[in-house]
Design a protein around this ligand. Structure first.
Ligand code: GUN
Ligand code: ZN
Length: 472
């Protein structure tokens, strides 16, 4: 014991940072909010402490959360960081995004299939060059941090090196990223195609290199049914059999023309989802982006297989794809997370994505046959979808998405008064629910003051319009 103490003291003297981090917990004091259940099914879905503390251990994990006086009485030897007037909550989780499309966000005038041909495929071609891929991965990860997003499920391109580039960059920040190499062997330009055999081999090598290495997780990623032959979908299913704990990530029923095309390409199938089901692609940790045009039996099938849907409102509106039926997903018990779908989506901000989600649900009511049964999207549900709901959709709620003791301390510090208008409007918001709603409606990256990954700050606004990402 004595020797250990002497060594520790010597280390601490030589490395003061180690002394601080290794032997002490840090109490972040401010308004603290996190979810413990789905607001759609629970009367007590969240914990909120107006003067609260999030206590983070030296291991980067949540040690306690609660009223400040109570936590600080229990744990006395801690650093206290004062974030009074700010809102501390779990980092946002983006359930569907394409990092190579960062540079083509906001491309004009096309719906899905033409948009892919016109903008997406030429953009993704550049990711054959790993140096290029790295440069975009840096921009992408900076945008995530700047917007308070601490985990994302990410599409690479067909090039395995695009995924290496992303994981390498994520590793330098200790960021939990789930990603995969796109599998696509038909119906795209020849320079962007792989083959069933190469997609299997490349994906397998990436799984072996990255899955569960640090915080990295791998997703088998067929782009969508139209760009994969039956032989390739068979290989995707084989990968899931061989590596049962990896993810499956693809697109589903986004656009009416796409749905009709899938039926032509797979005439034996009974619908779009049935194509994926036939190849064994639907199970826990399978995440389908969009699901705008799903039939009732398809919602039932998603629930039955424990697959999840990424609700991507900014993309569904921008590409004119349609309006996702969140209430139906809820009724069937399908797991849903919120996704930005950049670059079909128009913002990296989870707050802005919630804002557009609210509007999409409002519009859905306007076009519904049973408008009286349609409910508006509450702020509580929106923040849930971007945190604990997304973590459940990704089967990661044992690690992230809430401040449960032992969870990885990925959290953000939001400034509810970040702009003049926010400050003015916020004075008239009485309850925490009102405040959250105003924040999602008027807020964006300007409201994100700090972002932490496993207790380490990776992003801070400098208050003068500048930023510091800490590590690049
Ligand atoms: N479907 C197939 N590929 C894509 C893509 O890159 N973005 C979107 N939004 N939908 C797709
Ligand atoms: Zn997408």
């Amino acid at each position: 014991m004595k020797l250990v103490a002497v060594c520790a003291a010597a280390l601490a003297a030589a490395f003061p940072a180690i002394a601080q981090n290794q032997y002490q917990s840090t109490a972040y004091r401010g308004a603290v909010l996190h979810f413990v259940a789905d607001p759609a099914t629970s009367d007590h879905p969240y914990e909120y402490y107006e003067d609260g503390v999030l206590l983070v251990g030296a291991d980067g994990k949540v040690k306690a959360v609660g009223p400040a006086t109570q936590v600080l009485n229990t744990y006395q030897q801690v650093n206290v960081v004062d974030y009074s007037g700010k809102l501390i909550m779990p980092g946002f989780i983006d359930s569907h995004v394409h990092y190579p499309q960062t540079e083509m966000i906001g491309s004009f005038g096309q719906q899905l299939l033409q948009w892919l041909e016109t903008y997406t495929f030429p953009t993704e071609r550049q990711f054959a060059d790993k140096t290029y891929a790295k440069s975009v991965a840096k921009v992408f990860l900076n945008e995530l941090a700047r917007n308070g997003t601490t985990t994302a499920l990410v599409f690479g391109t067909v090039h395995p090196q695009s995924v290496d580039a992303l994981f390498e960059e994520a590793q330098t920040r200790n960021m939990r990223i789930i990603a995969g190499k796109v599998m696509m062997d038909r119906n795209a330009p020849s320079w962007l195609l792989d083959t069933p055999a190469s997609s299997y081999a490349d994906s397998k090598a990436l799984i072996q290199r990255w899955h569960n290495r640090g915080r990295a997780l791998y997703a088998v990623t067929p782009r969508f049914a139209p760009t994969s032959t039956p032989a390739q979908l068979t290989e995707a299913g084989r990968l899931l059999q061989e590596f049962p704990d990896v993810y499956m990530h693809t697109h589903l029923s986004e656009n009416k023309g796409e749905v009709a095309w899938v039926q032509e390409l797979f005439p034996e199938s009974s619908g779009y989802l049935d194509v994926y089901n036939r190849y064994g692609l639907s199970r826990k940790r399978s995440v389908y982006a969009h699901g705008v045009h799903l039939r009732d039996d398809e919602f039932a099938s998603l629930a039955q297989t424990q697959s999840a849907v990424a609700f991507c409102p900014t993309s569904n509106l921008f590409l004119g794809s349609g309006l996702f039926d969140l209430q139906k997903a809820e009724a069937y018990g399908v797991h849903v997370g919120l996704g930005t779908d950049v670059g079909g989506g128009t913002s990296f901000s989870a707050l802005q994505t919630m804002n557009e989600a609210y509007k999409a649900i409002q519009l859905h009511k306007a076009f519904s046959d049973t408008p009286e049964q349609q409910r508006p999207l509450t702020a509580l549900k929106a923040y849930y979808l971007a945190t604990l709901g997304a973590a459940k959709a990704l089967d990661l709620d044992g690690k992230i998405g809430s401040f449960k003791t032992g969870n990885e301390a990925d959290f953000i510090v939001l400034n509810p008064n970040a702009t003049d208008l926010l400050r003015f409007r916020m004075q008239r918001a009485a309850s925490i629910e009102d405040k959250l709603f105003v924040l999602q409606t008027l807020g964006d990256d300007r409201a994100v003051e700090k972002t932490y990954l496993m207790g380490k700050r990776v992003y801070v606004t400098t208050g003068t319009g500048g930023y510091d990402y800490g590590n690049n």
